[in-house]
Design a binder for this molecule. Structure first.
Ligand code: GLN
Length: 494
């Protein structure tokens, strides 16, 4: 079967490209071959469904019992989980082979995969320059882009699957909040965290999504079957409509057309709108006015939740203890362990979060941010043709003239070089998430699709010059539960 050949080629590429620092742990070739042989022995050509026999890489904040799980943090550098995440069990159950654990920003905090205890992820540009792979699931995106696996799982709290997908030219899908299990996935900000899927083709992403899209009683935020039933039958009907693409109404959020949008990104946006128009969709400008506050809202809420989640890494309950602190008072043991174990960005987030939850600041920061989060959600409900299925008895605000899908860029710029990032102000890194956080705050399904087009260069004579092509990540956002529709339109666009 072809998947065995593919897996061998992918293993060779893992060995060839170690310099990019994509993986934190890799399986031994023997272990993969053994798993592949077992898969082969039970292979039934007629019943074959992907991801059977395929190599799937996992972001290193997803627990596995046969590899360490570090979340790219010094504090978990020696941690191996005694159990596996539900999503890992589901993948193995479907016959997938785990292709290793990928590098990331520590605990998912970052946008360039440079905040890792194990060193930054590097992406090679066409002219040999070192580029950002995006973050925080930069290792998973690179593993897919450089063909070191068939597909990969990442996590997306505020854009961490979509942004690296955009920067590396692959598909990166964040499903509706609560569809995929988070049990065994190291928490960053619970109310926003989702498992996401990276792949080269929408079909592959869908195959994994279908494998994982099941209620998990072990995850209290996993949607129960009765809630899922509220939107699955209708979503299915809409998927069929999406297939023929007749009458799909595409919304263009005009608030995303910001001054700092890179001209190439704007070109790709226009190009993808034209593509969908040619496929029979109609285009409709819409306004999402609360978008301008989404980024600051996110950077209050996510650190607040993180500061509470990360309290358990104190060297007693969890985490590797600082040296020479045994026998000292607890406060010193905790402070030294946390001071040494966490990197600078994680420490910054803990301080930010502890501050915005403190008695003197909570009303002005955390509570306000929760209110703005509601406004961001209402913005989306106001423009979609379908009511939000989580809000009972909600009526569509725009009956008849609402839109089915929103289309906008994933990030305002192309990937920056790593040297540009070296002494960058952390707030500048936060700006990269301006287009991805709104869908996270509202829990909506969103995918970044690589859209390529030819650009004019000096080098006219060349027959095939890769540098003549730019690839830009374009984002599709759907109403809650419209995950399959989002995947369908991604297929149209790719
Ligand atoms: N860059 C964002 C942050 O640092 C998003 C991270 C994520 O989605 N995990 O919080």
């Amino acid at each position: 079967p072809t998947y065995i050949k593919d897996a061998k080629r992918q293993l060779d590429r893992q060995a060839d490209f170690t310099d990019f620092n994509v993986f934190i742990s890799l399986p031994s070739r023997d272990a993969v071959q053994r798993a592949a042989r077992t898969a082969e022995a039970s292979w039934d050509k007629d019943k074959h469904t992907d991801p059977f026999g395929r190599l799937v890489a996992l972001k290193d904040n997803i627990c596995t019992s046969n590899f360490p799980t570090t979340a790219a943090s010094g504090i978990l550098k020696n941690f191996t989980s005694p159990y596996e995440a539900t999503v890992v069990k589901q993948l193995r159950g479907a016959g997938a082979i785990i292709a290793g654990k990928t590098n990331m920003d520590e605990f998912g905090m970052g946008s360039h995969s440079t905040n890792s205890y194990f060193g930054r992820v590097e992406q090679l540009g066409y002219e040999g320059e070192q580029l950002s792979a995006g973050g925080s699931s930069g290792g998973s995106a690179m593993a897919v882009a450089w063909l070191q696996c068939w597909a990969a799982l990442g996590t997306d709290t505020g854009g961490s699957v979509r942004l690296p997908a955009a920067y590396t030219g692959v598909m990166g899908f964040k499903p509706s909040y609560g569809l995929l299990s988070r049990w065994g996935v190291i928490a960053y900000a619970n109310s926003l965290d989702t498992v996401g899927i990276l792949g080269s083709r929408a079909e592959d992403v869908r195959a994994i999504f279908n494998t994982l899209n099941v209620h998990d009683p072990q995850d209290p935020t996993s949607l129960v079957p009765s809630t899922r039933a509220r939107f699955t039958s209708e979503a299915h009907a809409r998927e069929t409509i999406g297939h023929s693409s007749i009458n799909l109404r595409i919304g263009i959020p005009m608030d995303y057309n910001i001054d700092t949008l890179h001209p190439t990104v704007r070109k790709a946006w226009v190009k993808s709108l034209r593509l969908l128009e040619m496929a029979g969709c109609t285009l409709h400008p819409v306004s999402l006015p609360a978008t301008q506050h989404a980024l600051s809202t996110y950077y209050v809420l996510a650190p607040a939740e993180a500061s509470s989640n990360l309290a358990k890494y104190d060297g007693v309950r969890y985490g590797s203890r600082a040296q020479g602190v045994d026998g000292t008072p607890e406060s010193i043991l905790f402070a030294k362990t946390r001071g040494q174990g966490f990197g600078p960005e994680v420490r910054r987030r803990i301080l930010l979060g502890a501050f915005s939850l403190s008695a003197q600041a909570i009303d002005n920061y955390f509570i306000q941010a929760q209110k703005v989060r509601r406004l961001v959600q209402q913005d989306f409900d106001n423009v979609f043709s379908r009511p939000n299925p989580l809000i009972t008895a909600s009526e569509p605000s725009s009956p008849g003239n609402g839109v089915d899908i929103l289309l906008c860029p994933t990030a305002p710029t192309l990937p920056p070089t790593l040297s540009e990032l070296e002494d960058q102000d952390p707030v500048k890194a936060y700006m990269n998430d301006v287009f991805t956080v709104p869908a996270s705050l509202a829990g909506l399904p969103a995918i970044s699709v690589p859209v390529s087009f030819e650009v004019e260069t000096e080098n006219e004579g060349a027959i095939w010059d890769k540098s003549k092509f730019e690839t830009v990540g374009i984002q599709l956002i759907g109403q809650f539960g419209d995950d399959h529709l989002v995947l369908r339109v991604a297929e149209l666009l790719h």
